[in-house]
Design a binder for this molecule. Sequence first.
Ligand code: ADP
Ligand code: MG
Length: 223
Amino acid sequence: NEELLERTEKLSTIGQLAAGVAHEIRNPLTALKGFTQLLKSKYSDPYFTIMLEELNRINLIVNEFMLLSKPSISDMKPNHIKILIDNVIILLQAQAISNSVLIVNEFTENMPPISCDPNQLKQVFINIIRNAIEAMPNGGNLTIHSEETPEKLFIRFIDQGNGIPKEQLAKLGQPFFTTKEKGTGLGLMVCYNIIEAHKGTMFIESEQGRGTTVNTIFPIQIS
Ligand code: ADP
Ligand code: MG
């Protein structure tokens, strides 16, 4: 619990910092990208391609920080999580297929709506599902399971990927913790932050060689 408090505090500080920095970087970055694109189309110099790739990478990181900076959820309305997840699956289906990953839905019939900011929650589901797909480069199933009590909605993402070593479990969600060559190590941090802003929780269970389960829990509004 103390760990959770510490993380909450760290996240809000980082979030505020991120807001300022990401904002300041964005405009000059857009200008740089534009001019590099121009140079690339004018001269056939391979260095411009590399420059553009690196600029795109900075852009990716700044975008994730921008998300961190505005978890002040603005668009809270009752939404059906099933519809949000179905939309996200459509977005990621091509990536799943190219990894031979089968996404299996095990949603309950009458999943109650959740008061949430749909775009923020979509971002959470994108990050979780993308991680699961990336953890199964040689294929497998990703099962998305729902369950509810009168007060809570549980959504679990169960993959058959490579799993996470015990000593790394505590590092999940720390900024820049990644084991991927092209990872940013910001995805889970964004997830924790957004879910917390929705008064939900997320915890990750994993066994190396067997797979990972990402558990998310959201409060159900009693009207
Ligand atoms: P990134 O995906 O850019 O590396 P994340 O914050 O999304 O950053 O994830 C951090 C790390 O957590 C990943 O690099 C990976 O090592 C681990 N991880 C997250 N989800 C999974 C998963 N489903 N299976 C195995 N490892 C995972
Ligand atoms: Mg990720």
